[in-house]
Design a protein around this ligand. Structure first.
Ligand SMILES: *[C@@H]1O[C@H](CO)[C@@H](O)[C@H](O)[C@H]1NC(C)=O
Ligand SMILES: *[C@@H]1O[C@H](CO)[C@@H](O)[C@H](O)[C@H]1NC(C)=O
Ligand SMILES: *[C@@H]1O[C@H](CO)[C@@H](O)[C@H](O)[C@H]1NC(C)=O
Ligand SMILES: *[C@@H]1O[C@H](CO)[C@@H](O)[C@H](O)[C@H]1NC(C)=O
Ligand SMILES: *[C@@H]1O[C@H](CO)[C@@H](O)[C@H](O)[C@H]1NC(C)=O
Length: 553
């Protein structure tokens, strides 16, 4: 696959194409975990579970169960929480049945220990398994991962603890042409991905995952299980792009499936700076969001060392899926993007599920690899996002390349993901995901490093701040939009210090407008209705409006 002229090690990647192995540090320092608080929670949970006749085996993990606790905690990104005393949960609770979650909600209220819900663990900021300032318990949804497909109706119920890989695998077992539109990384959890949007290689033809949700099951703050009808259209609207965790614990989504052709075509053409990568990326911006909806050309920018010349250079990989055969693709490319010089032998025809493996950097492997939930590489990672509403001029692109050369080879990656097509068939307010008409492409800045330590982190985070500052001139403004699933706490956080557990609407509005634009206000209204006391909260959850003074005590 692709050319191997560059010193690149392919990995099972999701954040970036990154490359060195680091032993997980999940079993590292325990900082100041308070074992007593954990013990109280275990006791409460055990009593509750037993009173609902639930077995408690294999459900509760504490730091005392050291190796299983540590392996459950493994997440791809080591950075979040690495400097917080609350980097690890007191307890990891892994329910098998939805009613068992009621016990966790009950004990959380009784003991005033926060819960965080985790479905896959890919949150860029680790909000599902670390905290900045509170002891907490993780409700890990990995055992709630049933998928049931109705091939006739072309729908599926998917529990949130399933991964994208498991969903793709289950679809492929059922049929060669039933598919779902979602991201490329197989170990990402359904819960976070679908509730926050869900961009993927078919998004120009089929939009994002959240646009295909037709029903959901969610447990509210009172431990009641709701479906679309009983939750009402406001809450159902909120969890299709506004994130699930602010509003309750989503257990499952029902989605509309899509049909894909038996044959799709992929290519991954890479050009170096010396081969006019700059001009090609510049030109790409004029067609990326306008070409045939079946065609999605993503661009990956990276700095590498050429194996042939030994010199550092910057490369642009045009990583592409076309929903159709190569004979239909070639004329489109010749007409719309002849500059790329695509020839038939750059292209490979395959089934859609094979393309899933291809874009996940695990081509030609047995399909079962999609069921593996473990990510083999863990690194320190920071991500950010932007939206381009106008083409970036050539000198702007050259500046990006300059930044890429500054960081170690392969450690920084910038992804340009085209919009347009089906993404524009929704209005900005139809779902909380507001990035519709007017966007040419989304930018994902990813930076990884592999040594621990504050100084090391600061050096890389500084690079990220500088490139983000540099890019301000070229991207969307007022608000400078960001993609919720590329979570970024630099945009602002809820401040719960000094006992304030409600957060501040005005402070949250700063980051909320970037993710959701004018939908933020409606999200706050929904939150106020379903969780006025802000039981479900994290550093970047939707706050409720404060109670009017008359009613607050
Ligand atoms: C861990 O073990 C210690 C010693 O047996 C015990 O005191 C503590 O309560 C346990 N912690 C949890 C969270 O169960
Ligand atoms: C964890 O250890 C406790 C004793 O500290 C034990 O009661 C519990 O069953 C263990 N949990 C698992 C899942 O092994
Ligand atoms: C790069 O582009 C310039 C001008 O657009 C052109 O003259 C030159 O031949 C191109 N070089 C390569 C290697 O394609
Ligand atoms: C595309 O090519 C680049 C450069 O050779 C490579 O690093 C990347 O992994 C390839 N992408 C895919 C999806 O194969
Ligand atoms: C799952 O992936 C991890 C990381 O690559 C690997 O160590 C493990 O052996 C895999 N498990 C299975 C069952 O293939």
């Amino acid at each position: 696959m692709g050319s191997s002229n560059y010193n690149i090690i392919l990995i099972f990647l999701c954040f970036s194409n990154l490359l060195r192995f680091i032993a997980s540090s999940a079993s590292g320092d325990d900082h100041n975990i308070n074992y007593n608080e954990g013990g109280d929670f275990v006791e409460c949970l055990t009593v509750q579970l037993e009173s609902s006749n639930s077995a408690t085996d294999d459900l509760i993990y504490t730091p005392n169960n050291s190796s299983s606790y540590a392996s459950l905690l493994i997440a791809q990104n080591l950075r979040p929480g690495s400097t917080s005393p609350y980097d690890k949960p007191l307890i990891i609770f892994t329910p098998f049945y939805d009613y068992q979650i009621q016990s966790a909600i009950y004990c959380s209220k009784k003991l005033r220990i926060q819960i965080r819900v985790r479905s896959g663990g890919h949150d860029y900021e680790g909000l599902s398994h670390t905290s900045r300032d509170n002891p907490f318990v993780v409700v890990d949804m990995r055992n709630l991962r049933q998928i049931s497909i109705d091939a006739e109706q072309k729908t599926a119920w998917v529990q949130v603890g399933a991964t994208l890989g498991q969903l793709y695998h289950t679809l492929a077992q059922k049929s060669g042409t039933l598919a779902f539109t979602a991201g490329v990384c197989p170990t990402v959890g359904i819960g976070g991905h679908l509730s926050g949007g869900g961009y993927g290689m078919m998004s120009r033809r089929h939009s994002i995952s959240a646009d295909h949700i037709i029903d959901a099951r969610i447990m509210n703050v009172d431990g009641q299980m709701l479906d679309r009808r009983s939750m009402g259209e406001d809450l159902f609207w909120a969890i299709r792009g506004g994130g699930g965790t602010s509003f309750g614990i989503v257990i499952a989504f029902k989605v509309n499936l899509i049909t894909v052709p038996e044959t799709v075509t992929v290519f991954n053409v890479t050009k170096t700076y010396e081969q006019n990568a700059t001009q090609l990326v510049h030109r790409w911006q004029y067609i990326a969001d306008k070409v045939d909806d079946n065609l999605l050309m993503r661009v990956f920018l990276r700095s590498v060392r050429s194996l042939t010349t030994g010199k550092r250079t910057v490369i642009a990989s045009f990583t592409t899926l076309y929903l159709g055969g190569v004979e239909d693709l070639m004329p489109i490319m010749k007409e719309k993007f002849p500059e790329l010089g695509l020839v038939e032998k750059d292209c490979t025809e395959m089934s859609w599920i094979q393309s899933v493996l291809y874009f996940a950097y695990i081509p030609n492997q047995p399909l079962d690899v999609l069921l593996n939930r473990t990510t083999p590489f863990t690194v320190y990672f920071k991500g950010k996002s932007d939206f381009a509403t106008e083409p970036i001029p050539v000198d702007g692109l050259i500046g990006i390349f300059r930044f890429l050369r500054e960081e170690d080879e392969n450690m920084a990656e910038i992804q340009l993901s085209p919009y347009g097509g089906a993404l524009n068939s929704f209005s900005e307010s139809e779902t909380p995901f507001p990035h519709r008409t007017g966007n040419i492409f989304m930018i994902d800045y990813g930076l990884s490093w592999d040594s621990p330590g504050k100084e090391e982190a600061e050096k890389h985070l500084n690079w990220m701040r500088r490139i983000y500052g540099y890019m301000a001139a070229y991207v969307s403004k007022s608000p400078r939009a960001a993609y919720f699933n590329y979570r970024d706490l630099d945009l602002g956080v809820n401040d719960y210090s000094s006992g304030n557990t409600i957060g501040s609407y005005d402070e949250a509005k700063v980051w909320g407008m970037k993710y959701f634009k004018n939908n933020f206000e409606r999200l706050v209204r929904v939150k106020t209705k379903v969780d006025p006391s802000n039981f479900f909260r994290n550093e970047q959850s939707i706050p409720p409006f404060p109670l009017p003074p008359l009613y607050s005590s």
